[in-house]
Design a protein around this ligand. Structure first.
Ligand code: AMP
Length: 457
């Protein structure tokens, strides 16, 4: 099926062709015929499904005729997403006489005021807080808005924007078309949706949580907390051609990890809310251009990153919620690409790990790296116990990669400890026992051939 067959006009399909798309994605096929005639829509679209074009293309088409004014407003949770939607919309609109602009916090307000007041925009992409600031300064008029989009609406609610959204809804004309895209439907969003939408069509009736694309291979890597940076380094080392996003929970954690990875020779960048706008833009640009191979980021940054060919998402810290997990790993395997999603799990993460697996409806494979010393003590812990040693099983190799699988019945979050000194084990189906551990639970070193076996990661 072609874009023209969906009813999009020539000036828009030309823009789409210029970007290089040949046929619409499923969400585009479904949503465009609903949006073009003016219906309200609630759509549950997976990250990377092509949802931006699914709403921008019909919006541009609807705006082709009519007065020049701010007629379409797209609300997004983060400045990164605002910049990306703006960039995409500008490309699609390149053969249409329409202008697109974006406003978001963290940068000076006057240039944004000039853009809106003097240059004028037909489509404005905005984060809620900055839009309200601009409105409070009488720099933007929302009286002519005909189409409102709430993009990644669940994320906006997660980030505490629900009251701002409600305030914005009251500033908009009631006669308008409203489109809402959201991977999940938290209760708080229901209230916003009830107020915003009128008799909406629904697409892919939202499952309570979005499912990650099947092309993403997921694995959990149990490890003691003090060995996380070493294990991450090993995982990165064992992957020659990778572009990886590494997620941490906190901004300070991101900065710390960034420094560690740099010291160890990885081309690293960092992206989080405390970095200035120009630092964030530079990090993303360097990542897109391949100057940075490992981008350390916090969750806030996770939704907005639209970089093709991210081969790996690595959760250095387990995400707080299953939703965050799904959104983080959605950064890889975009469109039809494949990707790997690795999560380092420690004994402390047991609850979060259980929640993620419950949501996914399946258990994620645990993997241990061969030739990684899991038994190393914390430097100060001379008399402490060895962390994480004990019963390990060697399972099947995936392709030419060799790893050690932890038996399926161990606790979420770590390899089973040997209880009462026993080294007994129950081999998994088709598995082989690892070489026997010594008195300290250490396994013998492997030979050079083993060491060479690498997993593409
Ligand atoms: P989104 O889900 O909107 O973030 O889009 C994910 C990625 O898919 C972006 O990099 C888009 O450029 C790309 N994309 C969107 N629509 C198409 C299409 N019809 N064909 C190929 N790529 C697309």
């Amino acid at each position: 099926m072609s874009f023209a067959a969906l009813g999009l006009p020539e000036s828009i399909t030309r823009g789409v062709r210029a970007v290089g798309y040949t046929s619409p994605t499923p969400i585009q096929r479904e949503a465009i015929p609903i949006i073009l005639p003016g219906h309200d829509l609630v759509a549950a679209a997976q990250t990377g499904s092509g949802k931006t074009a699914a709403f921008i293309l019909p919006i541009l088409s609807r705006l082709l005729d009519g007065p020049r004014a701010l007629r379409a407003l797209v609300l997004v949770p983060t400045r990164e997403l605002a910049a990306q939607v703006e960039e995409a919309a500008m490309q699609y609109a390149r053969y249409a006489d329409l202008s697109v602009g974006a406003v978001f916090g963290g940068v000076p307000i006057p240039p944004q005021e000039r853009m809106i007041m003097h240059e004028g925009v037909d489509v404005l992409i905005a984060t809620p807080g900055r839009l309200l600031d601009l409105h409070g300064r009488h720099s933007v008029s929302l009286d002519e808005v005909e189409i409102l989009v709430l993009d990644e609406a669940d994320r906006m609610v997660d980030m505490g924007f629900a009251p701002d959204l409600q305030r914005i809804l009251r500033l908009l004309p009631t006669r308008r078309q409203t489109l809402m895209f959201s991977a999940t439907m938290p209760a708080e969003l229901n209230a916003v949706a009830r107020e915003a939408l009128h008799n909406p069509r629904r697409l892919a009736l939202a499952p309570s949580v979005a499912r990650p694309a099947p092309a993403i291979a997921q694995a959990f890597y149990p490890v003691a907390r003090h060995l996380k940076a070493d294990l991450l380094h090993e995982l990165l080392e064992r992957s020659p051609d990778r572009t990886a996003i590494v997620f941490t929970r906190t901004k300070r954690g991101a900065d710390r990890l960034y420094r560690v990875l740099q010291q160890r020779g990885h081309k690293t960048g960092v992206l989080h809310g405390d970095r200035s706008q120009s630092q964030r833009e530079r990090a993303l640009r360097d990542f897109k251009r391949g100057r940075v191979e490992v981008l350390v980021a916090t969750d806030i940054a996770s939704r907005g990153i639209d970089v093709d060919d991210v081969t790996h998402v690595i959760n250095y810290d387990v995400p707080r919620s299953p939703d965050d997990y799904i959104h983080r790993i959605g950064r890889t395997g975009r469109m039809d690409a494949t990707g790997d999603a690795f999560t380092l799990i420690t004994p402390e993460d047991r609850e979060e790990v259980a929640a993620i697996e419950k949501t996914l409806g399946r258990r994620i494979e645990r993997i241990e790296l061969d030739d990684f010393d899991y038994d190393r003590r914390r430097p100060a812990d001379a008399h402490g116990r060895h962390e994480g040693h004990g019963r390990r099983q060697e399972g099947k190799s995936r392709g030419d990669h060799r790893h050690t699988h932890v038996e399926p019945d161990v606790d979420h979050g770590r390899p089973a400890r040997t209880r009462g000194g026993s080294h007994g084990h129950v081999p998994p189906p088709g598995g082989h026992a690892t070489p026997a551990a010594d008195a300290h639970g250490r396994r013998p070193k492997r030979n050079a051939t083993d060491r060479r076996s690498r997993r593409r990661m």
